[in-house]
Design a protein around this ligand. Structure first.
Ligand SMILES: [Zn+2]
Length: 255
C-alpha cells in the first residue's frame, strides 16, 4: 500500500478514507492518470493530490461521479486539470452546493469536527468536461469508459470503468444503506441492472469496502423491492418530501 492506495486492478487504485468512509480512485497510464472524486474540501483534495503524487508523476485529469460535496468539493486542488462529469451534474452542483455545504457544516459542527470550517470555505469548482451517455478517455494510453446508466442515487451519476474494475460512485454503497436524499428510487434498480452488465470484477462503491457483482445485485434487488412498495402505495408519480422520508426509512429497515 502506498499513501493509502490499494491496487485493485493493474495500476488501478482505491483510497478509502476515514472521513465518511469515502472511496477515491486512481487510474495510472503510461503518460497520464485519472483521479476519481476529490473529497470534501480543499485540504482533503490537496492531501489526495499529494497521495497521487506518491504513486505517479504523470499529469492528471479528474472525474466527479456525481454532484455531492464529498465527491467534488476538493476539485480546485487539481486545477489546472480537465474535470469530467455528467452534463446534468454541473447544474445539480451549481444549484445545490450551498445547501449541501450548509447541511454538511451543520452536521460537522454538531459532531465537534473542525472540518466544518474547511467545508464552509471550500470553493465550488464546477466540472468543465461533460458527458451525456458515454465517453472514452485516453488516460496516458489507457482507455477509460465513462458511462451514465440512468438516474439512481442522483440524476447525473457517472460510472468509471477500466479493464475489469468499475467505480460505481454512490450508485453502490457498502456499509450503509443507499443514500436517498437526491435519489430516483423508481429508476435506481434498472440503472444498477445496466451497470451490472459491465461488471467483470471488483466494484468500487462510493463509500465502504470494495464489493462484487453479487453485492450489487443484492442492492439492486432491495431497491427494486422499494420501488414496488412505493408503486403499491400510489406514491410513485409524486416523489415528494414525505414519500422520500418514508422511502428512506424503508431502505434503512428493509421488510
Ligand atoms: Zn452521493
Amino acid at each position: 500500500m502506498t499513501a493509502g492506495w490499494v491496487e485493485v486492478g493493474d495500476r488501478v487504485f482505491v483510497r478509502r478514507h476515514r472521513e465518511l468512509d469515502l472511496n477515491c480512485g486512481l487510474v495510472v497510464g503510461m503518460s497520464g492518470c485519472l483521479v476519481v472524486d476529490t473529497r470534501s474540501h480543499l485540504g482533503e483534495g490537496r492531501a489526495l493530490a499529494e497521495a497521487v503524487r506518491a504513486v505517479t508523476p504523470h499529469p492528471w485529469a479528474v472525474v466527479n461521479t456525481h454532484a455531492h460535496y464529498d465527491h467534488c468539493f476538493g476539485n480546485a486542488a487539481f486545477r489546472p486539470a480537465d474535470v469530467w462529469a455528467h452534463r446534468r451534474c454541473v447544474a445539480e452542483l451549481a444549484g445545490t452546493a450551498e445547501q449541501q455545504r450548509a447541511h454538511a457544516v451543520r452536521d460537522l459542527l454538531a459532531a465537534g469536527d473542525p472540518a466544518a470550517q474547511l467545508v464552509a470555505m471550500a470553493p465550488v469548482d464546477l466540472p468543465d468536461h461533460l458527458v451525456d451517455d458515454a465517453a472514452v478517455l485516453d488516460v496516458g494510453g489507457r482507455a477509460v469508459q465513462l458511462r451514465h446508466h440512468g438516474r439512481g442515487h442522483t440524476g447525473a451519476d457517472l460510472v468509471v470503468a477500466v479493464d475489469d474494475v468499475v467505480f460505481a460512485g454512490d450508485l453502490v454503497e457498502e456499509g450503509a444503506p443507499p443514500a436517498m436524499d437526491d435519489a430516483f428510487p423508481l429508476e435506481w434498480a434498472a440503472t444498477l441492472t445496466r451497470l451490472l452488465a459491465e461488471v467483470r470484477g471488483p466494484v468500487v462503491p462510493g463509500h465502504g469496502a470494495v464489493v462484487d457483482a453479487a453485492f450489487v445485485a443484492a442492492q439492486r434487488d432491495e431497491l427494486a423491492q422499494l420501488a414496488r412498495w412505493l408503486t403499491r402505495q400510489g406514491t410513485a408519480p409524486v416523489f415528494d418530501e414525505l414519500t422520500r422520508s418514508v422511502a428512506l426509512a424503508r431502505v434503512r429497515v428493509p421488510p
